[in-house]
Design a protein around this ligand. Structure first.
Ligand code: CAO
Length: 248
């Protein structure tokens, strides 16, 4: 034991679970093992800070429904809009579009490649959509559909998952009001989305309106990003999402 014995890792607890009732033993998949190793490393080694906010996506939701009704070929969910909006905001907040090289430098990226976490039967995979700043919402939606389909059927190559600047993890199709996503190193921030819901928002005392509001759960690396910048980042993202015509 060292002087900092409270920081030493205790051996993994073992128990005879079958002694308490019926159990079933299954091996952990190769993907789950690999992803688990990276998640554990990132959780322990990156000083995560979590920031929550909300965006008014009332107009965005109306617009996407209108576009879906006009063109049935490509289905637009809120996610492609968020990915496009992130590329806009990343260009305004370079510290979010950065990585530490471990040799005393911060690398600022001039490209905007965004990963989207995809839930597959074998585990979590994160395909990367490249150059989101120069792609249309439709391009992003089609690429997301193709890559998530590939992730769920034959799996992704390491090239499909390399080079992302920031990741979005969306649980919006399921529910939730917020969560704490783990940063996908060497990226320095990840955005979690949960289910948008209608809320009554008080504009002035006695004056309110109904808004469709999307919860934003940002985790960021405090070695690179300050809290004030994270708050500004979310406010700006909400502003861009509230004016969706600019994303089309
Ligand atoms: N609020 C409300 N509704 C939402 C929403 C949100 N934030 N996000 C999606 N929805 C709706 C969509 O609009 C769609 O409904 P309609 O058919 O009525 O339009 C429905 O939910 C299903 O959406 P989807 O899942 O088909 O599409 P998506 O673009 O939102 O997501 C994908 C695609 C591949 C990212 C997603 O299926 C997925 O795998 N997510 C899991 C990510 C994950 O596991 N993250 C956890 C990581 S940490 O362990």
């Amino acid at each position: 034991m060292s002087d900092n014995s409270c920081l030493d890792l205790a051996p993994w607890p073992k128990d005879d679970f079958a002694a308490y009732g019926e159990v079933e033993i299954q091996p952990i998949s190769r993907i789950q093992t690999l992803v688990g190793t990276f998640l554990a490393r990132n959780w322990v080694r990156i000083p995560h800070v979590f920031h929550q906010d909300e965006a008014d996506i009332t107009d965005l939701d109306a617009l996407r429904k209108q576009l879906n009704a006009a063109d049935g070929d490509t289905k637009l969910t809120p996610l492609p809009f968020v990915i496009k909006a992130l590329s806009v905001v990343l260009s305004e907040f370079p510290q979010f579009n950065a990585s530490l090289d471990g040799e005393g430098n911060i690398i600022y990226k001039k490209y905007f490649h965004i990963g989207a976490a995809v839930d597959t039967p074998k585990g979590l995979l994160v395909p990367v959509i490249r150059q989101c700043d120069s792609k249309s919402i439709y391009d992003i939606a089609q690429e997301l559909a193709a890559l998530s389909g590939k992730a769920r059927s034959k799996g992704l190559s390491s090239a499909d998952m390399a080079g992302g600047c920031m990741t979005v993890s969306s649980l919006g199709h399921i529910g939730g009001t917020g969560f704490t996503p783990i940063i996908n190193a060497p990226q320095v921030a990840i955005l979690g989305l949960t289910r948008a819901v209608w809320k009554q928002v008080v504009k002035e005392p006695g004056e309110f309106e109904y808004q469709f509001r999307l919860p934003l759960s940002l985790s960021y690396d405090h070695r690179v990003i300050n809290g004030a910048d994270a708050a500004r980042f979310c406010v700006r993202l909400a502003e861009v999402l509230a004016a969706p015509q600019s994303l089309i």
